[in-house]
Structures are given as C-alpha cells and as structure tokens.
Design a binder for this molecule. Structure first.
Ligand SMILES: C=C(O[C@@H]1C=C(C(=O)O)C=C[C@H]1O)C(=O)O
Length: 379
C-alpha cells in the first residue's frame, strides 16, 4: 500500500504542475479574448477536445477521461470568467442597491397579504416588521404580486414552502408573471388546531374547513374523521371566520391559535399537524431591488437549453464556486413541452466574490435569467 501511495503522490505532483500550467495558459487566452471581445465559452472547441480525449483513451477509461476533462474545462472557464469579469453590469446594480438600501426594513410599511386578519401571512408580516404594520388583504396570491407590482403596497408576503407539504406551486408559477425582488425570508412554526364555536363537541362535527396546505399537513389526524366532509377554502383564517359566522354548530376549522382568539372560537384539539415540527417559509417581496445588511441568501430563476446536461452545466458552476444550494425547484414553462423554469436558492454572502461571479456567469450561460434578490432569513 505504501509503495502504491508513493506512486500516486508522484503522479499527483505532476498532475498538479500540469493543471496549474494549463490554468495559466487559459489565463493568457482569457486576456486575448477580452481584447478581441470573444466569449469565454467555445462549445465547438470543447466538443473537439472531448473527441480527442475519447480517441486517445485506453479501453474502459473513456467515460472517466471525458468526465475529468469536463470538470477541467469547467474550472478553466470559471477562472477565465473571474479574470475577465472586471466591472460587470450586475456588480454595479448590486453594489448600488447595497449602498442605497437603508440599514433596516421600514417600520410601518403598507404590506399586502393573502387572506383575512389572522392569516399566517399576517403573522409572518408582524414577525418580519416587528410591529403591527399596515396590511392590505388580497383574496388570492396573485393579488399580492399585483399589489406590489402596481405600487399599491411597498411589500408583499407570500408562503413558498412547507416542511411537510412541500412547495406552494402556485407561487412559483406566478413568479414568472411578475417582476419583483425578495428582501427578507422567514421560517415560521405553524401549529394547526381544531377550532369550533363554543358548545360544539368533536362528536358533532360534520364538516371541517381549511386551506389545502393545512389539510395536507393534518392528513393523518383527519383519518379519525372518516365520515366528516373536508372542504378546501382559500385560507385557514377564512376557514375560522366562516365557522365563527356560520349558523351551523356542526362545523370546525383547522386554523391558528391566534384565529381562535380573534374569532372567539374554542380549541377542541391543539397542534394537530402530522409533524410536530411544521414550518412554513415566507418571502417578503418588493418592486425595487433592496439589499439589507447581512444578506446571505440569494434566489434566482433561469431556463436552460433543452439538451442533455443543460441543468448540469448550471449546477457545476455553483459546485466550482463552492456555493451551496438550499433549494432547487422546477416548474413547467407554459406552452413549451417539457421545458422547465428552474428556481434556485443559494447560500452565499452578498459581499462575497463567488456571489457576484455566480450572478454574472448565470446571466451568460442561461437561456433566460432573473436575479430575484439577496436577503436574510429570520426565524
Ligand atoms: C480555454 C478555452 O476556453 C474555454 C475552455 C476550454 C478548455 O479549458 O479547454 C475550451 C473552450 C472554452 O470553452 C479556449 O477557448 O480554448
């Protein structure tokens, strides 16, 4: 073993020297490309290179060699991009946003939320702004996007994913339709409770109202009511309100503790969600790019060429830059068969070199690209 390891060490030394020599040559080429305004990526050259590698490979080694050279060329492009980046448009836009944004979120802005008083979005808004801020309630999620887009509200609060039920697809679909930036995120612990009017007993219940996400988060619990009708409504707070205002005494809602207080309902059962640790992530959106201090998450949205390896190309850039992905979501692009829009959340400080480089590179290599902002996530 010692002998073979020594052998490997010797080979690695040569590999390292050769790799660095290759990178330095690429740097010279990058300078030439910059002068002549030639793009860094040259796909036909890469294809030729891989053909050469295939031809020169020993039997059984072709796939390994092609993979190795794929990574080597990715690293070479990352290095060239870094050297040639100079002052890209994105760098300017982002540093101006950092400079022009206040140090903290405003205190009492007008905020759009879906639902009615007591909705989880409203609880999220109060947590994000740390005050009972001014809220405009919209009947659906699209109303929140539109209120921000038209300048009726400075911010909008939207739930994007739940730890039990997964992504809120409707929001991801609406993201393609509206321009906005994310300025803050919040992880909110969600406890659902069975609420009914005073006097109603569990055995009396014939119908339970709630939002589809809440119903899905309580699916185990609901199995004990096989004969009860479960009805979806637009919001858990709307469900509580409906129960409170109903003439019937055989209805209940799956809703929050604060709605029990707000609508004077009794909690027949507490914390009935299937997973004890049930979290929902909310985003706070604005029309303009605002980047507050401490922003260490970034979201972006892109479409890539509909070819094998399209997504790999993107992911390999993050890998090369050492950036961790915390979310990858794909949604079909309307009217385009099996073509997808990808949404990624990255863990990277807005002040880091890798961050700027990732934004610039994505803008270059994606078919379409949108930077959705940098922000911090609070609990
Ligand atoms: C080095 C170059 O830039 C890029 C990197 C390549 C490589 O590392 O071999 C090949 C083609 C280009 O996409 C080049 O243009 O030759």
């Amino acid at each position: 073993m010692d002998y073979l390891r020594q052998e490997i060490d010797g080979i690695d030394k040569e590999l390292l020297e050769l790799f660095q020599k290759r990178m330095k040559t690429c740097a010279e080429l990058a300078e030439y490309k910059k002068k002549k305004e030639i793009p860094i990526l040259d796909e036909s050259r890469e294809r030729q290179k891989l053909a050469m590698v295939t031809e020169q490979s020993e039997e059984g080694m072709t796939d390994y060699n092609r993979n190795l050279f794929g990574v080597v060329m990715d690293l070479s492009k990352a290095y060239q991009q870094k050297l040639n980046r100079a002052h890209s448009e994105w760098e300017k836009v982002i540093s101006e946003a950092i400079e022009n944004t206040e140090k903290t979120l405003p205190k009492y802005p007008f905020v759009a939320c879906q639902g009615v008083e007591g909705a989880y979005s409203q609880i999220a808004a109060d947590k994000i702004f740390k005050t009972k801020t001014n809220i405009m309630y919209c009947t659906d999620f699209e109303g929140v996007f539109a209120a921000v887009d038209k300048g009726m509200c400075r911010y909008g609060i939207l739930p994007v994913e739940n730890s039990t039920a997964g992504s809120v697809n409707r929001i991801y679909d609406l993201m393609t339709k509206y321009n906005f930036y994310i300025v803050r995120a919040l992880r909110l612990r969600i406890d659902h409770n069975l609420l009914a009017k005073h006097g109603t007993k569990v055995a009396d219940i014939k119908e339970i109202f709630s939002h589809e996400q809440a119903i899905s988060q309580c699916s185990q619990y609901l199995k004990q009511f096989p004969d009860v009708k479960v009805t979806v409504c637009e919001n858990t707070a709307v469900a509580a309100k409906m129960v409170a205002e109903s003439e019937r005494s055989d209805v209940a809602a799956l809703s929050s503790r604060s709605c029990a207080e707000l609508y004077d309902l009794e909690m027949l059962d507490k914390c009935v969600q299937d997973q004890e640790n049930n979290y929902t992530r909310f985003i706070c959106i604005s029309k303009n790019l605002e980047i507050y201090p401490g922003s260490d998450k970034t979201s972006m949205m892109m479409s890539v060429s509909h070819k094998p390896g399209g997504l790999y190309k993107i992911l390999s850039r993050f890998f090369v830059l050492g950036i961790n992905l915390t979310k990858l979501e794909s949604r079909p692009i309307p009217d385009r068969d099996f073509e997808f829009m990808f949404y990624v959340d990255l863990e990277t400080s807005v002040y880091s070199e890798e961050f700027i480089q990732a934004v610039c590179e994505m803008d270059n290599i994606c078919e379409s690209f949108r930077y959705l902002g940098s922000y911090s996530e609070v609990i």
